[in-house]
Design a binder for this molecule. Structure first.
Ligand code: GDP
Length: 525
């Protein structure tokens, strides 16, 4: 590729994730988007829905048993001149640290909210990570074909619980059976759910924001309510600021109904106008790598282990940060300084295993891995050493005590744990004054994958004793008095030897804070 070709290709890329709570409509929206675009490549199904796609791909055994996809997958398609990569962020029980890490590999995020439920816990958690990264977040409030909450209420909730400004790009006219459309202030039109003329579902607005021609909704109470709401928003709401949107300080909000395919196309089109192309990535030494740098670089943000004992291979997912990837190219693995040939590459197709020949900054590639990679690894071409910033550590919420079933097999137990922890599959803690092994995770599935892989890859059967959910807080070692610990706040240390308490619940945490007001407690992300 010439530098102009590279620039054209990179500037076309839009790489994002959809963050939402299970059931808000992420799958339905993703499917709509894929339909608009015509899928270029599909890596993993959107969700393990029908069984037809399922049988064709070699999913992990746990996936097969549970009928869900364990890890985030990547979908690529073209739409309106852009090449879009959607990175899936699994929910439910398959929520894991990988879900969080996937957000390190995107340039923007789409937040889908169920209009009847508002902000739910998983949305909040994922939002927090996006906010920390300062990436643009666009909101789609879904299911307005059903009874939903008052849209003003929803705006309030987003602003108050998430701490981000809202800017409604459109405003719903009615809801449920009376959902008549949206007043699209951004595109200067009214979009109708049930237009008389199906080919022309829009009513254009004049310069004062009034419907230009005859307005079939003029006498409806829903129309009047919507206009009242809009007026209030115009008077008391935020000014649109592209600058704030790009920094993640303001979220443009859209209303619609994915199930009836109302509003998703407008959303995608408008989103693509503002969503950023791949930008620079920070290195550990403070430098930045520009996406148009002709040398290739990228980092591993996820490792998907194949649970099939006959196929021990794993797939390392790499976000390309600069240059161009060519199949068979030689790169340096920064951690070891050793050269590697990237010949075995896949996008981990659901339907076909289409090999990737070319990918550019912004794209995700899947590398077959026989144990070379760890999460967070940097790879690059060229003479300059490239080490991307460390991926953040996340605060685990679930804990188990783990022991080897067979005391004679301590060696494989330790080897397995160490490798899986290094790989980022689970987090490891030790009793502060004991040799207890405690595992921490953000999702239950991480423990199941751990157990399965210990047995199948390290021939080590493990016993896991659930400790339940805890609030983990690190404490400054200088302020620590081991007497502060109790059964309601267990003292442990992480793999760096740093002490932390595992609080039984919020109540125990607050009690501790009151008792020791000067002690500084910190959470990871
Ligand atoms: P996900 O868990 O976020 O991926 O949610 P899904 O896309 O699987 O949707 C969950 C359920 O809500 C499914 O039964 C969908 O058919 C339904 N659903 C999704 N979008 C809408 C919508 O706009 N209106 C209504 N009424 N139902 C919807």
């Amino acid at each position: 590729m010439t530098s102009k070709q590279l620039a054209d290709a990179v500037n076309k890329r839009r790489t994002f994730a959809i963050i939402s709570h299970p059931d808000a409509g992420k799958t339905t929206i993703t499917e709509q988007m894929l339909l608009f675009g015509g899928i270029v490549r599909e890596a993993g199904t959107v969700k393990g829905r029908g069984s037809s796609n399922f049988a064709k791909s070699d999913w992990m055994e746990i996936e097969k048993k549970r009928g869900i996809s364990v890890t985030s997958s990547v979908m690529q398609f073209d739409f309106e001149g852009k090449r879009i990569n959607i990175l899936d962020t699994p929910g439910h029980e398959d929520f894991s640290e990988d879900t969080y890490r996937t957000l390190m590999a995107v340039d923007s995020a789409v937040m889908v909210i169920d209009g009847a439920k508002g902000i739910e816990p998983q949305t909040r958690k994922l939002f927090k990570i996006c906010k920390m990264r300062g990436i643009p977040i666009f909101t789609f409030i879904n299911k307005f074909d059903r009874d939903a909450r008052d849209p003003l209420d929803l705006m309030n909730e987003i602003e108050e619980t998430l701490g981000i400004e809202t800017y409604p790009m459109d405003w719903p006219i009615g809801m449920g059976r009376q959902f008549m459309g949206v007043y699209d202030r951004y595109n200067h039109r009214v979009a109708l759910t049930h237009p008389k003329d199906k080919d022309n579902p829009y009513l254009p607005l004049d310069d004062d924001g009034k419907v230009k021609d005859e307005n079939p909704l003029a006498d409806e109470g829903e129309w009047k309510d919507a206009m009242d709401g809009m007026e209030l928003i115009e008077m008391a709401g935020n000014q649109f600021s592209e600058d704030k949107v790009l920094k993640g300080d303001q979220t443009p909000v859209f209303f619609g109904s994915a199930l009836t395919n109302f509003g998703v196309r407008t959303f995608l089109t408008t989103y693509l106008k503002f969503a950023p192309a791949p930008s620079s990535h920070k290195l550990e030494n403070g430098d930045e790598v520009e996406p148009l740098d002709p040398e290739f670089s990228g980092f591993v943000f996820k490792i998907q282990a194949n649970m099939n004992p006959r196929h021990r291979d794993r797939i390392a997912f790499v976000r390309v940060c600069s240059g161009e990837f060519d199949k068979g190219m030689d790169v340096t693995l920064e951690r070891t300084g050793k050269p590697l040939r990237l010949s075995n590459v896949t996008e981990f197709m659901a339907n076909t295993r289409e090999n990737v020949n070319k990918a550019v900054a912004g794209d995700i590639i899947g590398l077959y891995d026989t144990g070379n990679f760890q999460i967070g690894d940097s790879i690059y071409t060229g003479k300059k050493d490239i080490k991307f910033e460390k991926l953040p550590q996340f605060t685990p919420e679930l804990f188990v005590r783990v022991t080897a079933k067979n005391v004679m097999k301590q060696k494989s137990f330790h080897k397995g744990i160490n490798q899986l922890v290094q790989e980022g599959a689970v987090q490891l803690f030790h009793g502060y004054n004991s040799n207890d092994y405690i595992l921490g995770a953000v999702g239950q599935l991480q423990f199941e994958v751990f157990k399965f892989r210990m047995e199948n890859e390290y021939n080590s059967q493990v016993e896991m004793e659930p400790m339940g959910s805890k609030q983990a807080r690190w404490i400054d070692p200088d302020q620590l008095d081991p007497k502060m610990a109790s059964s309601r706040n267990i003292l442990v240390k992480d793999i760096h030897g740093d002490p932390l308490f595992l609080f039984e619940n919020e109540f125990a945490l607050n009690w501790f804070k009151q008792k020791y007001p000067d002690v500084k407690l910190t959470a990871k992300l």
